[in-house]
Design a protein around this ligand. Structure first.
Ligand code: HEM
Length: 478
C-alpha cells in the first residue's frame, strides 16, 4: 500500500514540475523587470518550428510571419528549434540592430549551419574573410578580370544546354556556379575531374535544411558524407599547393597561403573551410536567383521583349561585334539591373538576418534579453505594400520611380552595415551577364515546373525545366 502512496507522490511531483516547466517555457521571464515583445513560445523544445516550416506556395511573405504580425505587431517573440527568438519586421528596429553589430548583438546561425560552415560564426576573423572575398570577387576584380570569364562560362554552358532536350535549371545553374567558383579559387578543372563534385555539393546544401539526424539512410547523413568528400578534395589541393611553394598562380588559394605568414588563425584547415564557406555563399543564392529570374521571365513575355531590346542594342552599338562584354556595357544595362533588383526583392533568397543578443536591448518599451536570438525579417520590408505597390507583382519598371532613400531603407537582399554581403556586385554582374547572353543569343521556353514554394527558404517544387534553342546570329540581331 505504501508503495502506491510513494508512486502517487512521485507522479504528482513530476506533474507539478512539468506544468511549471511548461508555464515557464510559455511565459519566459525578462531581466531587470523589462517587458518581452508579445508572442507565443509554442510547445516546449520544438517551439513553433513546425509552423515556420509549413511550405507556402507563394512569393509573398510566409504566413508564419504575416499571421503573427497581424496578431502581435511588427516585433514579436517566438521559439524555433528550441531557441527563444524575437522576429522583427520593423524597419527602424532592423536598422538599429544592424548598427549594433559587435556592440549588443553578434552574428548567429542555426546550429546546423554553424557546425557545417564554422567560418561563418567567427566574429573577429570576419574582416579577413570579407577582404579576401572582396579582393577576388569585388568590383575591381569584376571589371578587370571576371566579366569576360563569366561571359565565357555562360556561353559554354548555354551552348551545351542548347544541345539537350531539356535542362533542369536549378541543377544546371548550380553546377555551372560550382565549377566556375572553384576555378577562380584554385583552378579547378571540372572536365578532368573524376567525379561530379557539384552534385555532392548540391546534396550537402539540400541536407542543411533536413532534420539533423545522423543515421545511415537519412538526408542529413548523406549531407555529411557528401560534405566530407568535397572537403577532402579541397584539402588535397591545399596540401598540394603547400608542398610546392614555387608554383604560384595568384588565385584565391595562393592569396590565403601567402597570408598564412601574417595571420595566425590561417591554418590549412581554416583555408579549406573558408573556400567551402565562400563556395556555399555563391552556389546556392545565385542559382536560386537565376532560376527565379527565368521562371518570372517565362511568365512575362513583354518584359523579355524589353530586356532583349536592351541587349540587342548593346550588341548593335559595338564597334567590334566579336568583342566581349565590357564594364561600360554592363553598367549601361539599366533595365536588366531593374529586373535583377525586382527578382532579388521578390526572391528573398536570404529569408532574414540572424543575430544573437550579447547585451540586453531596449526598444519601444520592450526588452530583448541577453542570450536571445533576433531574426530581422528583411522580406517583410521588401514586400511591404506601402513601399512597393502590389508587392507580389513582378514589375521591374517600378524601380524607375523609387528614390535611393526608400531603396536603402527597404531593400536589403544583401544585408547591411559592416556585414553587408561581399559578393553583392559579383552576383549582380553574374546574373546580368547570364541574361545578356541568354536573351541576345538564344531562345528558350519553359517545359515544366517552376511552382514556387517557401519553406521559408525559396524552392521550386519539381524544379524548373526549360528548353534552350539554337543561337541567334549577329545577322539576326542587326
Ligand atoms: C544572390 C546572391 C547572394 C545573396 C542574396 C547574398 C546574401 C547575403 C546576406 C544577406 C549577407 C549578410 C548576412 C548577415 O548579415 O547575416 C551576406 C553576407 C556575405 N556574403 Fe553573400 N549573398 C550572395 C552572394 C554571395 C557571393 C557570390 C559571395 C562570394 C563571392 C558572398 C559572400 C558573402 C560573405 C563573405 C558574407 C559575409 C560578409 C561579412 O560578414 O562581412 N555572397 N550575403
Amino acid at each position: 500500500m505504501w508503495l502506491v502512496g510513494v508512486w502517487c507522490s512521485v507522479v504528482a511531483l513530476a506533474t507539478i514540475l512539468v506544468t511549471r516547466w511548461i508555464q515557464k517555457w510559455r511565459n519566459p521571464s525578462c531581466s531587470n523587470e523589462g517587458v518581452l515583445p508579445p508572442g507565443s513560445m509554442g510547445f516546449p523544445l520544438i517551439g513553433e518550428t513546425i509552423q515556420l516550416l509549413i511550405p507556402s506556395p507563394s512569393l509573398d511573405l510566409h504566413p508564419f510571419i504575416k499571421n503573427r504580425v497581424q496578431r502581435y505587431g511588427p516585433i514579436f517573440r517566438t521559439s524555433v528549434v528550441g531557441r527563444p527568438i524575437v522576429m522583427s519586421t520593423d524597419s527602424k528596429f532592423n536598422h538599429y540592430i544592424i548598427t549594433e553589430e559587435g556592440k549588443s548583438v553578434e552574428l548567429w546561425y542555426l546550429d546546423t549551419f554553424s557546425k557545417m560552415l564554422p567560418i561563418y560564426g567567427v566574429g573577429s576573423i570576419q574582416k579577413y574573410i570579407r577582404n579576401i572575398a572582396l579582393s577576388h570577387f569585388g568590383v575591381e576584380s569584376i571589371r578587370e578580370r571576371l566579366l569576360p570569364q563569366v561571359e565565357q562560362i555562360v556561353q559554354k554552358t548555354l551552348r551545351s544546354w542548347s544541345t539537350q532536350k531539356s535542362v533542369e535549371l536549378k541543377h544546371a545553374t548550380s553546377s555551372m556556379l560550382f565549377d566556375f567558383t572553384l576555378k577562380q579559387m584554385f583552378g579547378y578543372d571540372s572536365e578532368n575531374s573524376p567525379e561530379k563534385l557539384s552534385d555532392k555539393f548540391a546534396n550537402f546544401v539540400h541536407g542543411l535544411m533536413s532534420l539533423p539526424l545522423n543515421k545511415p539512410g537519412t538526408t542529413y547523413h548523406k549531407c555529411l558524407k557528401d560534405q566530407k568528400e568535397v572537403l577532402s578534395m579541397m584539402r588535397g589541393i591545399v596540401k598540394e599547393r603547400l608542398a610546392s611553394p614555387d608554383k604560384r598562380r595568384g588565385d584565391f588559394l595562393d592569396h590565403a597561403i601567402q597570408d598564412m605568414k601574417t595571420e595566425n588563425f590561417l591554418t590549412e584547415d581554416f583555408i579549406v573551410q573558408l573556400m567551402f564557406g565562400i563556395l556555399f555563399g555563391t552556389f546556392e543564392p545565385i542559382s536560386a536567383v537565376l532560376v527565379l529570374t527565368l521562371k518570372l521571365l517565362s511568365d512575362h513575355p513583354l518584359i523579355v521583349e524589353e530586356l532583349t531590346a536592351e541587349h540587342e542594342a548593346i550588341l548593335r552599338n559595338r564597334q567590334n561585334p566579336n568583342s566581349s562584354l565590357s564594364w561600360d556595357e554592363y553598367k549601361s544595362m539599366t533595365f536588366t539591373l531593374n529586373v535583377i533588383n525586382e527578382v532579388l526583392r521578390l526572391g528573398n533568397v536570404a529569408p532574414g538576418l540572424l543575430r544573437r543578443v550579447t547585451k540586453d536591448i531596449k526598444f519601444n518599451g520592450y526588452t530583448i534579453p541577453t542570450g536571445w536570438d533576433i531574426v530581422l525579417v528583411t522580406p517583410a520590408l521588401q514586400l511591404n505594400p506601402e513601399t512597393f505597390k502590389d508587392p507580389v507583382a513582378f514589375n521591374p519598371s517600378r524601380w524607375k520611380c523609387l528614390d535611393s532613400y526608400t531603396i536603402s531603407k527597404n531593400f536589403m537582399p544583401f544585408g547591411g552595415g559592416i556585414r553587408q554581403c561581399a559578393g553583392a556586385d559579383y552576383s549582380r554582374a553574374f546574373v546580368a551577364t547570364f541574361l545578356h547572353i541568354l536573351v541576345s543569343k538564344y531562345r528558350w521556353t519553359k517545359i515544366k515546373g517552376g511552382s514556387i514554394v517557401r519553406k521559408p527558404i525559396l524552392d521550386f517544387e519539381g524544379g524548373l525545366e526549360i528548353e534552350v534553342s539554337e543561337e541567334k546570329t549577329n545577322e539576326d540581331i542587326a
